[in-house]
Design a protein around this ligand. Structure first.
Ligand SMILES: Nc1ncnc2c1ncn2[C@@H]1O[C@H](COP(=O)(O)OP(=O)(O)OP(=O)(O)O)[C@@H](O)[C@H]1O
Length: 487
């Protein structure tokens, strides 16, 4: 084997268990210079566990070799970092109370002495400029004040920064899940440049289009095993879905071409008092999309509506109960110290009461029902929520909202990290619940998801700039409204 072919890291027969769960059941993987490996698999297949192993976070049984040398059981985060192995985790890991520059310094201990903050700031901003030109982030911004997309951009750029050790292998776990299409395109183009210059990237994603367009080789995992591994060019979207063990099917959009908006609105947000201001309405049984580039005021609108259901807001009318599926599950969704069952049932406690107490049997029954309906992978719903894989935590948030009696469900980019099979199940559920009279307000940056909507409002710069019914909905119109200057 020539030197160039010696893998940066190789795993051989790696096994990892969490209690009764065998997360990895004997995995082999080699990561070489100059390649992007696409890693796919259903929620809970073992992808994040594998990346934690590559990053030295978890120890495991089996063999790990670095540059062809067996590390025996000496592999650790420090050893991984010294070899230029970096990770961008699905759950963002920046310190929210520190600035962008200070967070860059955490990764680079060599930035010290007088002026370190300035140097750290220059380093991260230069990298952001390379990956996400026009990012709009400053070194002095406090991370906790940034919207989730910008936090994700900082985290990604930080992984590629170079000081003492160059980045040789960067593992990206669902890196585009909070980015809009434009930012995702910037990142994937950068990945190709990094790989062309001799770097290696492991790209974990449920968006199969980005795997097929960016990866050289695709590794498919199922239930803790690698079940297929081939050059990306040999896969089609359908064969990839089939390899993951999901039945491929064309996603159906909403049936009829146009829908007459009738009945009294469930949610109405008055038009802004400016020329051309557009009123936002959502009627009973409608699925209403909030579109546009990421972070253009869509989440803020959902939060205002959520608040208006509890206390009067002169510009917003809401009738009936409201539930929210948060996209930023880390800060807005999951109760990290609670069990899976408690996380699912918290929005339904009124129905689960017996006298003054919560009926545990009813709570467990509701959690079990949703575990089965939405395929939450856990041996026991009383396990802590954080024992679930990221996508399965997101499913629990869906179960919380759909299982409540709220007439209106607000969804803030809710499919983060959810696998393709489950997405199809959830789309079906949303459609049938809407047919039964429920109203959905759905913020998504995925064009494909907007096809499920009856009506779409496009946001730009905190304003609604277009109001499109299903019959008028095209990707071109949405892009045009997303980018066009206000006349
Ligand atoms: N800390 C933990 N404690 C208990 N079980 C865990 C823990 N971390 C992971 N698991 C379990 O290991 C299995 C693999 O999880 P992993 O996070 O690797 O899946 P994944 O393929 O990354 O899924 P996703 O696409 O949802 O991110 C799952 O069944 C998960 O519940």
């Amino acid at each position: 084997m020539s030197r160039a072919e010696v893998p940066i890291i190789s795993l051989d027969g790696v096994v990892k268990s969490f209690g009764a769960v065998r997360a990895l059941q004997g995995v082999d993987l080699a990561c070489r210079k100059g390649e992007c490996i696409g890693l796919v698999g259903h929620n809970g297949a073992g992808k994040s566990t594998l990346m934690n192993l590559l990053a030295g976070v978890f120890s495991a049984e089996g063999r790990i070799a670095l540059d062809g040398v067996d590390t025996a059981d000496r592999y650790s985060v420090a050893v991984a970092q010294a070899h230029g192995i970096r990770c961008v985790f699905q759950e963002l890991s920046l310190c929210p109370n520190l600035t962008v520059a200070e967070n860059a310094r955490i990764m680079h201990a060599s930035l010290k002495g007088i002026g370190w903050r300035k140097r750290a700031g220059a380093l991260i901003i230069a990298q952001l400029d390379l990956v996400f030109p026009g990012h709009g982030i400053s070194a002095g911004d406090v991370v906790g004040d940034l919207p989730i997309a910008r936090r994700q951009m900082v985290e990604i750029a930080r992984a590629f920064t170079v000081t003492a050790a160059a980045a040789r292998l960067v593992i990206l776990d669902e890196p585009t899940s909070s980015l809009d299409a434009h930012q995702a395109g910037q990142l994937l183009a950068f990945v190709r440049r990094f790989v062309a210059e001799g770097g290696c990237v492991v790209l974990i994603s449920h968006l199969l289009g980005e795997i097929l367009s960016t990866a050289d080789r695709v590794v498919v995992m199922k239930d803790g095993r690698v079940v297929a591994e081939r050059p990306a060019a040999e896969f089609t979207r359908a064969s990839l879905v089939a390899a993951m063990g999901t039945v491929a099917r064309e996603e159906a959009g909403r049936g009829e071409a146009t829908v007459r908006r009738s009945g009294s609105p469930r949610v109405r947000v008055a038009a802004e008092r400016r020329a051309g201001g557009i009123e936002f309405t959502a009627h009973q049984g409608e699925i209403v999309g909030l579109a546009g580039l990421g972070g253009q005021g869509q989440s803020e609108m959902l939060v205002r509506i959520f608040d208006a259901a509890r206390r009067a807001d002169r510009d917003i009318d809401v009738s009936g109960g409201v539930a929210l599926v948060a996209g930023d599950r880390q800060t807005d969704g999951v109760f990290p110290l609670w069990s899976i069952a408690e996380n699912i049932t918290i929005a339904s406690l009124a129905r689960l009461r017996r006298g003054f107490l919560i009926d545990r049997a009813k709570t467990s029954a509701m959690a079990e029902t949703w575990k089965a309906r939405i395929a939450i992978r856990t041996p026991d719903v009383d396990n802590p929520i954080l024992s679930l894989s990221g996508g399965n935590q997101q499913k629990a948030l869906f179960a919380r909202a759909l299982g409540s009696t709220a007439e209106t469900v607000l969804m803030d980019d809710p499919m983060r990290g959810v696998d393709i099979g489950t997405k199809q199940e959830v789309y079906d559920m949303i459609r049938s619940e809407a047919a039964g009279g429920r109203t959905f307000l759905w913020y998504t940056t995925e064009m494909d998801e907007l096809r499920h909507c009856d009506h779409v409002y496009v946001f730009r710069d905190q304003h609604i700039v277009a109001d499109l019914s299903r019959g008028e909905l095209t990707e071109e119109k949405i892009l045009h409204a997303s980018f066009a200057e206000v006349a």
